[in-house]
Design a protein around this ligand. Structure first.
Ligand code: DAH
Length: 409
């Protein structure tokens, strides 16, 4: 990004471009600042290390890594066949710059554009979602998208050859369970030939099995399982999970690309697969990082621990004590927890570790609903003082009243 983002009442300036605000605008200065960080481009950052490992499993794919996070609602939703009333479009879940322009919620927002340019693509980027606050949720995270297209006419033969070649080159073990079935609930697209679709699906699962084998190379007997899923832009769709330290971990979503997307990309005679995955989730488990805020730390004790291309366990520096504060108020019909969390992030930044609803009741006479939230404040790199947190909490109480029109109790 060229210059720091700026936000005034009417205009948002980001990456050298200006946008008019409107009633949809809900981006905040705290969020816009994050657009300049691009953790996936810092070579010794865990996010970039995971990205590089994954991309090494797709050596001849064209990798796009510097797209602006500002996209149109058409690119993020409409082009990908999202229904008009899909919940992902809600202002409570998505950051809007204005009614038509938003911060991408997923790397899939670039699928149509990149598939017009190439048949084998990767996209890595920061993505933005309004969400709750805890050790595994942050309003900005990083995703990686991959896709490959084949000539529909020759896909069956092309895939057969590609898989035969790969299995000669690789000898490592991987145990996969695949209980997915093509049913009306997760159907083949009508326009697709069955053999072509099955070959595409085989190549997809084969490529992704090879990719996780590489990523989890230290796990001797890697267990992978495939389950049915649903995405607006693929059919059929699947998710991959891996067994890691006794728990099934969701790794990625994928499927056979909706043919409408390929038609719009000017490639009606091709068939293809796509996948998308979150890099933080993988980096948290692979590096053993206890809190997602650490990825954003400027503390050298974090950043200096890692080296390009190497997965190594994070060595925690001492954990600082928390400071816990409650806030209670009478809620109203417009109240949404994500809006509340946004205000917490705005006033407390990364000092907010966790926000939990700890109590609620409806007053028997007035029918008003009372909510009590507990906020756990803690710094990743220093001790916080009670005075400092009290000031933040006072500011939070003030902002909650101003911005959500609730009544404090
Ligand atoms: N965009 C999806 C998400 O953010 C992930 C995804 C699923 C991407 C399936 C894909 C795909 O390309 O085919 O949850």
């Amino acid at each position: 990004m060229k210059e720091p983002p700026k936000i005034t009442k009417d205009i948002i300036t980001l990456g050298g471009k200006s946008y008019q605000t409107d009633a949809f605008t809900n981006v905040t200065p705290t969020i816009l600042e994050k657009t300049t960080r691009q953790l996936h481009l810092i070579p010794s950052h865990p996010i970039a290390i995971i990205k590089d490992l994954i991309s090494s499993a797709f050596p001849d794919f064209k990798h796009y890594q510097t797209f602006s996070p500002v996209v149109s609602t058409k690119e993020n939703f409409d082009d990908l066949c999202f229904a008009e009333d899909h919940p992902g479009r809600a202002v409570t879940d998505t950051y809007y710059i204005n009614q038509k322009i938003m911060l991408r919620t997923h790397t899939s927002a670039h699928q149509l554009q990149v598939l017009t340019e190439a048949d084998k693509i990767l996209v890595t980027a920061d993505v933005y979602r309004r969400d709750e606050i805890d050790a595994s949720h942050y309003p900005v995270f990083h995703q990686m998208e991959g896709a490959q297209l084949f000539e529909t006419r020759t896909v069956v033969e092309d895939v057969r050859k590609a898989i035969a070649q790969d299995s000669m080159a690789s000898s490592s073990t991987i145990h996969t369970t695949d209980t997915t079935v093509i049913t009306p609930a997760n159907p083949k697209q009508e326009c697709h030939d069955e053999a072509a679709m099955l070959a595409t699906a085989d190549h997809l699962k084969h490529s992704l099995n090879m990719m996780v084998r590489k990523l989890f190379s230290h796990e001797k007997d890697l267990q992978v399982r495939w389950i049915d899923a649903q995405f607006p832009f693929t059919s059929p769709s699947w998710e991959m999970e891996i067994l890691y330290q006794g728990k099934w971990l969701e790794v990625l979503g994928c499927g056979v690309i909706r043919q409408d997307i390929l038609i719009n990309a000017g490639k009606p005679d091709k068939i293809g697969w796509a996948f998308g995955l979150g890099l933080e989730r993988l980096a948290l488990v692979l590096f053993g990082i206890p809190d997602i805020r650490l990825f954003w730390s400027h503390d050298e004790r974090f950043l200096k621990q890692f080296e390009p291309s190497k997965i190594q366990k994070f060595i925690p520096f001492s954990k600082y004590p928390p400071c816990i504060k409650d806030i209670s108020f009478w809620s109203n019909d417009q109240f949404h927890e994500n809006n509340f969390c946004e205000i917490v992030r705005d006033v407390a930044g990364d000092l907010a570790e966790d926000v939990q609803l700890i109590d609620q009741f409806v007053h028997p006479k007035t029918q008003r609903r009372s909510l009590c939230y507990r906020i756990n404040y803690r710094s990743m790199d220093r001790n916080v003082t009670n005075t400092e947190i009290n000031e933040i909490q006072d500011k939070l109480r003030e902002e909650v009243v101003n911005r959500m029109k609730v009544e404090l109790r």
